[in-house]
Each structure stands twice: as C-alpha cells, then as structure tokens.
Design a protein around this ligand. Structure first.
Ligand code: ADP
Ligand code: MG
Length: 225
C-alpha cells in the first residue's frame, strides 16, 4: 500500500523577483512499512521536502498525498488530522525543559482525544522502558545526555503509534555508537508497529537501516547510488 505519493512537486521561497525555486519536479512513492533514507548535500532541499510531507508547510505546486489525503489545498482541520498520524523526530529534539522525560512523552498523547491521564502515564512509561530509559523517567532534559534526549524524542514520536515517522538528521548531534543505537531503536519500534519511516541523514554509518535510499541534489531527486 502506498502511504506517500508525490508527483510533480515544486516549491519556492520568497516573492516576486526574490522568488527562488528550491524543489524541482519531485516524484516519489513510499509504501507501508518501508524505511527510506533521504540524503544529499546541505542546502539541497531535504528539510523543505520533509516539512511539506509532514504537513508543516503549504504545498504550492503539484500533488502530495499522505496516508490517502491530498495535502495540496487541504484546509487547516485536515492538516491537523494528518499531523496527528505522523511522529516527528528532529535533530534539536525540542523537548520541553520544564517537563520530565515522562511528561514530555505524555504531553504528545494528551494532544490526542480519548485517552485518560492514567493510561497516558502507563503508555509513556512503557515506551520509555522500550528505549532503555526506565531509570530516567522522572529526569528533566537538562540532566540527560544527548543520546538519552534523542531517545525521549523517539519515545514521544512513537507513543501514539503513528503510521509514519519523519526524522530530520536524528543522529547529527550524537557520537557514532549512540547514533547507531538510536537508529536501531527506531527501526525495531517501527517494524513492530508496521510504521513507515522517512529519515533524512548525512550519516553514512546508518545507511544500512534503509530499505531504499533516495538522493537529492540542488532540489532534484537523482539516481546516484
Ligand atoms: P537541506 O535540509 O537539504 O539542508 P533545506 O531544505 O533546509 O536544505 O534548504 C533548501 C534551500 O532552501 C536552501 O537554499 C535554503 O537556503 C533555502 N531555504 C530553506 N528554508 C528557507 C526559508 N524559510 N526561507 C528562504 N529560503 C529557505
Ligand atoms: Mg536540513
């Protein structure tokens, strides 16, 4: 089953004479359960593409279907619904400093309807245990290492069982062993949940987790291998 289908997608930043095209005729299909790595030089448009796929930016030209919904022209309610089905993991893990590891994970669940506090608490603790942080549940981000924070971010992205995970350079701030561990955890949890992962990375050491690698250069997908 196709979970992502992009055709003839273009994207521009700026207006009038300063308008600059950053994505050129992008075409991609991604299937349920696939782990796809998107790689390429800095400035080639990877983050822009990921944010369009994640319904975090308005689709300007072309078609982008995510989990069966067309994002081009979608209204805000539709975009919110789509965002709820996606787990986001970014390099600057964006944990809230005044919440503990558990509260950070739990907060993302409370954005979903129909879940009570107790259930959210139990699920948050269970997923923190799965990423090996059972001893850090009540720690604040400031007292966690970079790798631990990134694992909290993974737990937060996965706790609601999203159909799709979008990760932008999730290992960039980590040493190679920690980066490896983080990707292995993502892979394991995603396979258990039948979730699709699209991972942007420069990190050659983790390319082997991918079922497929897509290269981007100057806003275009290329076949380089
Ligand atoms: P990557 O993630 O591959 O490094 P980006 O998608 O961040 O690439 O950037 C692609 C191009 O778009 C770059 O030339 C960048 O300078 C430009 N760009 C990114 N975000 C913006 C923005 N908000 N406004 C204007 N230009 C941007
Ligand atoms: Mg980027």
């Amino acid at each position: 089953m196709e979970v992502l289908s992009i055709s003839n997608l273009n994207h521009y930043f700026g207006k009038t004479s300063l308008k600059k095209q950053v994505l050129f005729d992008i075409n991609i299909s991604i299937y349920a359960g696939e782990i796809v790595i998107l790689t390429g030089p800095s400035g080639s448009g990877k983050t822009t593409l990921l944010s369009l796929i994640g319904a975090l930016r308005t689709v300007q030209e072309g078609s982008l279907r995510n989990l069966g919904e067309e994002l081009k022209g979608a209204n805000e309610d539709k975009l919110v619904q789509i965002r709820r089905r996606i787990g986001y993991i970014f390099q600057a893990h964006n944990l809230l400093p005044f919440l503990t590891a558990r509260q950070n994970v739990q907060m993302s669940m409370e954005l979903h309807d129909k879940i009570n506090y107790r259930e959210a608490q139990d699920k948050s603790e269970a997923i923190l245990k799965e990423v090996g942080l059972e001893h850090r549940v009540n720690y604040y981000p400031d007292s966690l290492s970079g790798g631990q924070k990134q694992r909290v971010a993974i737990a937060r992205a996965l706790v609601s069982h999203p159909k799709m995970i979008l990760a932008d350079e999730p290992t960039a701030a980590l040493d190679s062993q920690t980066g490896r561990d983080v990707v292995d955890i993502m892979q394991r949890l995603a396979k258990n949940n039948g979730c699709t992962i699209l991972l942007v990375t420069h990190d050659n050491r983790i390319l082997d987790v991918a079922d497929r690698i897509i290269y981007m250069e100057d806003g275009k997908l290329t076949n380089r291998s």
